[in-house]
Design a protein around this ligand. Sequence first.
Ligand SMILES: Nc1ncnc2c1ncn2[C@@H]1O[C@H](COP(=O)(O)OP(=O)(O)OP(=O)(O)O)[C@@H](O)[C@H]1O
Length: 912
Amino acid sequence: MTMQQPIPVPPPDEAPASPAEAIARVTPMMEQYLEIKAAHQGLLLFYRMGDFYELFFEDAEIASRTLGIVLTKRGKHQGADIPMCGVPVERSEDYLHRLISAGHRVAVCEQTEDPAAAKARGNKSVVRRGVVRLVTPGTLTEDNLLDARANNYLLAIARARSSAGGDRFGLAWIDISTAEFMVTECSGGELAATLARINPNEAIVTDALYNDSELGQTLRELPAVTPLTRDVFDGATAEKRLCDYFAVATMDGLAQLTRLEATAAAAAVTYVDRTQVGKHPPLSPPAREASGATMAIDPATRANLELTRTLAGERRGSLLDAIDCTVTSAGSRLLAQRLAAPLTDAPGIARRLDAVSTFVADSAAREDIHSILRGAPDMSRALARLSVGRGGPRDLAGIRDGIVAADQVLARLSELDQPPQEIAVVMAALQRPSRELAAEFASALDEQLPLIKRDGGFVRQGYEPALDEARNLRDASRLVVASMQARYADTTSVKGLKIRHNNVLGYFVEVTAQHGDKLMSAPLNATFIHRQTLAGQVRFTTSELGEIEAKIANAGDRALGLELEIFERLSAKAMAISDDLRAAAHAFALLDVATSLAKLAVDDNYVRPDVDDSLGFAIEAGRHPVVEQALKRNGEPFIANACDLSPSPAQKSGQLWLLTGPNMAGKSTFLRQNALIALLAQIGSFVPATRARIGIIDRLFSRVGAADDLARGRSTFMVEMVETAAILNQAGERSLVILDEIGRGTATFDGLSIAWAAIEHLHESNRCRTLFATHYHELTALSAKLPRMFNATVRVKEWQGNVVFLHEVLPGSADRSYGIQVAKLAGLPPAVITRAKSVLSKLEAQDRGQTARALVDDLPLFAVPSRAAAEAAPPSEAELLMDAVKALHPDEMSPREALDALYALKAKLPKA
Ligand SMILES: Nc1ncnc2c1ncn2[C@@H]1O[C@H](COP(=O)(O)OP(=O)(O)OP(=O)(O)O)[C@@H](O)[C@H]1O
């Protein structure tokens, strides 16, 4: 989060009295600057001066640091130098992008009058300036400031305090680049997961919330948080502000919002209004997201499962990257949205799966649609730019091409036999935009279009007679200038005479210095009026040239004016049907997602999952979508594994699988793959398995791997425990819980005890479907008492003292971890390996398993179904000695190690 300190603004009416104060006098320009800056505290002010945006004071220091540009000085303020830096207007978007990415907000201040008009008011008048827009991370529309494949959400968070049942939060999020507008309400406990799902680029909150000690931590996880005054979050005026924005008398017809949702929604539109300064980007009416409609996934789980980014922060290697075969930016955004919010209603999931199935079955249709979509433009972002006056001719062309593509897609879809519901909805949406509009745009727009409208040159010849006439006049006059040049060269006998143009003199006659005098003397000086003498050239004008120049300028201005008028007219026509265009754009995105998931299913051999309201979870031959692709690239196979956490008829709750197995065997992969398969199923995707039946999962939890969170002052173990606590406190019967090696980060017995107690809690209280991987083999003994617990292990083979990983998950439990073999593979020095082996054999001789079995018997919590096998007698000294000799590998020992081992063995003998 970034915040700026206010800069010192001088008292306005202070008249300079002493010489010192005279030095400190504020220039009129600085006075204007400070006034504008004072109204935009917390933002960097881009102050337009000619071809540059200048930044002053602390703004200049921040910008020069962030952008790596030179910090200079300009004049003095209160006796001190004013730090300054500037960015050229031409390249300002680049700089804006970097400032926004660094979490800053920028107020763009333009000259709002012609400098000539300011001069006319008096010599010392400053050109009027005003802020034309605020550029903030959550309110961007420019293509090059946005990531085409991700949504750019602004999120407003409103809180209702309650002493009784805990705080409630109203959330409203808007992507002004696509007009999406969503609202929801959640409890304090659900806030972190909801924020992680929405993944906003900027959040706005009240000052009070911003400074709240409890929430501060959660907010700091967000990329940018902007505190605003309370009036923006005023519940009493919320409805009115929403009505004003949507120009309706009541919101009832648009959306049914709770008061808290309306408060957040009103705050969001108020902020949009403020940042766009007077422009009014159209938004869809706020759509209410029912709570519980999507799978809750907390931030740690999202990060651990590497859904959209890997733990290293890369898109490559994430689940999204592995499954994204979309061909349009809007499709890619929709897929990311779906992955962030898997559904929890089985019929909704089935509708999505039906659409995917259609294109799995019909490869030709899938490929045809993909190739049409590949060339289709991003209509929703084009519309958004047009709506705030930042659109260009290519945005109009985008809409034209979008409608043409809609026709092509429709033609192809109508060949399908009985399209399923989602495709029928897509077809209906594609029919909506007016075909006449596309035809008109096609006749109005040229083939080659400039990026910006400012210089004209985008309307097709023949579209508007008045424009053609003005253009002809302008071009004919240019020809006249060319013929004048020939005539003047002739009459003056100066062969090299040229007629040129620049912005200061306009059209002028130019000769080399040696001919200057000739034109300045009679009789030629009656025609040629001297304007400028440079080192090598002399410049003149003539009254005839002046006249023709006026004609050219007039015709040019008129042509440009007409073109801009046409642009506005076409743009208004597009805006008038923006709902239809947006519906068609969304339909493209839906189709892109359905066809690309079908492509993925076919290419990677996925199967349609059965998703229902049971508590079942049965995967046959499941695979990890990301690891499988990585192995495939190296030509290696992925070993498929089954997993069944379904409740048995006798036991109504899901099973808990305890997975033991050597290091590197594939435990983490197995755990994650089952979570990812469930997630894929609930976004409506086929899954990497030969069969999958999944009862809706409402919350997904994972504790996988461990990372320090030093920024938050938490050690690895603390992070692990905080995440485990969240799971034990929140998981319910419909949750899926993935726990990987909890308790690993502390002393063995502490860790074992925590893991032990956590398993009991999950089994008895949470009763959720659970996968639990561990190296504490003692825990397998718990299956004797916990009827829904099932032991599974990953198989390895020992071969010539080495371990071979088979990656097969089977019933049973591992007896050892092969940690030393893995360490050997990793290249630990042989001496260390040998020593570790002898330490291990000693430790193993103490047999922790006994303790575990004893504990199982002693548990006060549960009834013991059957007594465990009688405790084995402790090993004799002779047995210990034999174990130690067995652990020796003479071939791998140096003479020195062998000697040490001999001494060690001797030391083990009972003292005589
Ligand atoms: N089913 C599989 N088929 C093929 N290769 C696999 C499979 N599962 C895992 N692997 C490979 O084995 C490597 C190790 O897997 P993983 O990290 O899941 O092991 P682990 O048992 O969790 O190890 P540790 O206990 O040391 O954390 C993976 O990076 C992957 O390349």
